[in-house]
Write a protein that binds this ligand. Structure first.
Ligand code: SF4
Ligand code: MG
Length: 322
């Protein structure tokens, strides 16, 4: 299948400024040299504990942040250094659904105003056609179009996230980045919203980058999964491969925490990681995971493991695989 998004050696470092003259005294290496690709029509799950850089990755891909280094190739074009004017046509192709539907929707605007805004910005649809389009969008995401004049607070959490999804869909994007889009919802609502994502993907041929903090949430929705830790990509594989044969010790630990959803699944021994996640402003030398890795060797403290394809379509950064 064709590749829609290719990320090569992407870095996003934020300066740490101190004192009266705001001197730069260091950098938070939020995203530090990651590479992966997303194929057209698939769902790529990006997983890791909070602070691992997955949200920063999403925002940098949307060019809400300027990349520090590396390449973002979207639909065959390198968008990593484009200026705002050049980026404008791409802005509609990549949309984001945020974690918190409460704060990402303007409380003073009606649903219909919220959904019309992106259409105004990009000059799509006018008059009656616009009205019909907004109603159609509401139906697609399971909202009653009769409520178009209501405000976000008049809807439940799940419905509000449906508004967020409708807003992301208005411009007919190619890629939707979901930044933990179900984390703030009740468990009973989560699966409904995940099913909606799945249905919309089938209907519109959408590609998803789905950010989550645990492997449980992305399990059903993802085709391929990337695991991040402290700004680095630890492992990328198809979901099937990752669950059947996790290679990286960090992935193995994360997977051991996911409850089995079927009795035929392999029973995994729980791996408890000890120690805190180190600060991304002062990451460990060598392999950034070595301070918590149950398999760490001497080499791991000195040498950063290369990120390599060790099996077909299965990438890992770990000295255990050479
Ligand atoms: Fe563990 Fe070493 Fe592999 Fe890092 S490189 S994950 S410390 S074994
Ligand atoms: Mg986040």
């Amino acid at each position: 299948k064709d590749i829609l998004l290719e990320v090569n050696g992407l870095k996003k470092h934020f300066p740490i400024k101190k004192g009266m003259f705001q001197r730069t005294v260091g950098h938070v290496k939020a995203v530090d040299d990651i590479s992966f690709f997303v194929r057209k029509g698939e769902t790529f799950g990006l997983v890791g504990e909070s602070g691992c850089g997955k949200s920063t990755t999403g925002r940098t891909l949307m060019r809400l942040y300027e990349p520090t280094a590396g390449q973002i190739i979207f639909d065959g074009k390198d968008i990593s250094n484009m200026k705002e004017r050049e980026l404008h046509p791409f802005r509609k192709d990549i949309q984001m659904v945020f974690q918190d539907p409460f704060s990402s929707l303007n409380p003073r605007k009606t649903v219909q105003t919220i959904l019309r805004e992106p259409l105004n910005v990009h000059g799509m649809y006018k008059g009656k056609a616009r009205q019909e389009y907004v109603e159609e969008l509401m139906e697609k995401v399971g909202l009653n179009p009769a409520y178009a004049n209501r405000y976000p607070h008049e809807f439940s959490g799940g419905q509000r996230q449906r508004i967020g999804i409708a807003r992301a869909l208005t411009l007919n994007p190619k890629l939707i980045i979901g930044d933990e889009p179900v984390s703030a919802l009740d468990v009973s609502v989560q699966s409904q919203v995940l099913n909606l994502f799945k249905d919309l993907q089938d209907e519109f041929g959408l590609t998803y980058l789905f950010i989550a903090h645990d492997l449980g949430v992305v399990k059903h929705i993802s085709d391929r999964i990337g695991v991040m830790y402290l700004g680095k990509m630890m492992e990328v594989a198809s979901k099937k491969d990752l669950y059947a044969d996790p290679l990286h010790p960090y992935t193995q630990a994360l997977l051991s925490a996911v409850p089995r959803s079927h009795p035929t699944e392999v029973k995994r021994e729980r791996i408890i990681l000890t120690g805190e996640i180190p600060s991304p402003s002062n990451p460990p030398t060598g392999c950034v995971f070595h301070t918590r890795c149950p398999m760490a060797m001497d080499e791991c403290k000195q040498v950063t493991p290369a990120y390599r394809e060790v099996k077909k379509d299965h990438f890992v950064a770990c000295h255990l695989y050479k």
